[in-house]
Structure formats: structure tokens, C-alpha cells
Design a protein around this ligand. Sequence first.
Ligand code: FAD
Length: 260
Amino acid sequence: MSNSGGGHLSRRALIAGAGVVAAGGLMGQERAAGASAGPSAAVRIGPGDVRYENLVRGNNFRFTGQPDEIRVATSADQVVRAVGDAVRAGRRIAVRSGGHCFENLTAAPEVRTLLDLSAMNDVGFDERRQAFSVQPGATLGQVYRALCAGWGVTIPGGGCPEVGAGGHIAGGGYGPLSRRYGAVVDHLYGVEVVVVGKDGKARVVVATREEDDPFRELWWAHTGGGGGNFGVVTKYWLRSPGGGHLLPPVPRNMVQHVVF
Ligand SMILES: Cc1cc2nc3c(=O)[nH]c(=O)nc-3n(C[C@H](O)[C@H](O)[C@H](O)COP(=O)(O)OP(=O)(O)OC[C@H]3O[C@@H](n4cnc5c(N)ncnc54)[C@H](O)[C@@H]3O)c2cc1C
């Protein structure tokens, strides 16, 4: 677990212990704030809260931010609301999923709202889009295990099982299988992402690689440029281009084995 050292509770265990409930996915192409079907607001944790010290740190203890609030979201609608609140209040936002950032991008002193998506960690298959869906808080270990056990497929991602899909996929994602299958983003079909429009309102947009998708450029912006530049990803869809396998099959043998 990311924060298991030094006697700290892990972030994931803490969130699970708080009884946060995940809400359902989105069906529409675009949904504006206020359409929440599940719990309407993300858990809000301030510096005076006993949970703050545990949640404020990511994996990299070199950098620790001092945000005014940590919002622990469990649905895209909660992310929309948290982003909308921050924009209205003029608070700079950073989003953290797996907490394995090398730099202080989520812990910069200017960050006033830290959006924690580690509890959004579902991995599944979306029949409608015929693609595997991965929420950003899923660790690579969770993704590999779910894809392997459920469907016998995998992605050519990194070897550290605790890295989060949230930052890893938008950054490209490479690992031991990359010489054979490319980077993870070569298999990225689409993203569900919370963006802020010209009107200053936060909304959910689905962007895919389909040629006629009006948001195709937004999909493209998530194929290696890194996370947090264009919006908050609340779901990735993975499907290899062309026909054949939906994703690469799991290798028959593994020379190196990671524990997760
Ligand atoms: C021990 C270790 C091993 C690694 N091994 C590999 C490897 O083998 N291959 C490889 O390709 N990379 C590897 N990396 C790099 C890793 O993929 C990146 O650091 C990645 O960005 C981490 O993602 P995260 O969600 O865990 O981190 P976070 O700290 O949560 O986020 C990292 C960045 O992505 C942004 N971000 C996170 N979630 C979202 C979201 N939902 N929407 C928008 N932006 C978001 C954050 O704002 C931040 O800028 C490794 C990193 C570490 C620390």
C-alpha cells in the first residue's frame, strides 16, 4: 500500500474503513453537474480532521502538500461537484489516483483542493462499448488480476503493482510486454473525463478514438501527455485497435512475477 510506512494507515484502508460507497457509471455522452444519482458530495476532509495526515501524503514522501481540503470522490458526479466548487471558489485543484507521481504535481504549495480518486477502483467490461473499463483509482495490480482472472487478457503496463491507472495510462504506460504490444495508450479506446467549459461549469465528457467522435482530440490528449492537464479522468476504456483480441492475451508463462 502506498502509505503503509511509518505507522500510518494506508489511504485505501482508511477510505474503505470510512464506508465510502461507490456509485454507478455513466451512460450518456455528456452530463452536467447536478445530475447525481448516487451520494451527491465527495467526503471532505480538512486539516483539523484526524484523517487529514494520512490522506495528504501520496507514495512519494519527498513532497507533502498542504491543501485546504481533500475531497475523496467515489463517482464521476462527485468529481463534477468537487471540481465545480473549487472553480467557483478559485481554488487550484490537483487530482491523485495511485499517488505514484515522481514530481510534486499533486503536492505543490499552490494546490488548495486535492481530489483523491483512490476509492474509484472498479475494473470491468462495458458491453455497450465492447471495451474494458478501468477506474483511475485501480492499481496496476488490481487491473492485471481482474483482466487475467475475468477474461484472460492484459495490458502492457508497468511492473509496480501499486501504481495507479489514473496517472499511468494518461502518461503512456509501458512495461515488460511493451516490445510486443506497445504502450497501454495504444489500447486506449476512450476516456470519461470531467472538464471545465468556457462557461466555467464542470461537466462529464466521454471522448473516444472513433473518427467521428466530436471529442476525439480530447481522447488523443490522453494518449501519453500525462494526467491532470485537460481534466479529471473518471474512467478509461481499453480495447485494442482493429479486430481480433479485445486486448492482448495474458502470457502463458511469466519469467518475472510481481506480488500483488
Ligand atoms: C515505483 C514506481 C514504479 C513505476 N513504474 C513504471 C513503469 O514500469 N512504467 C511506466 O510507464 N511508469 C512507471 N511509473 C510511473 C507512473 O506510471 C507515473 O508516475 C504515474 O503518473 C503514476 O500514476 P498514479 O495515479 O499512481 O500517481 P498520482 O500521483 O496519483 O498521479 C500522477 C499524475 O497523474 C495525474 N492524475 C492522476 N490521476 C488522474 C486522473 N484520474 N485524471 C487526471 N490526471 C490524473 C496527477 O494529477 C499527477 O499529475 C512508476 C512510478 C513509480 C513511483
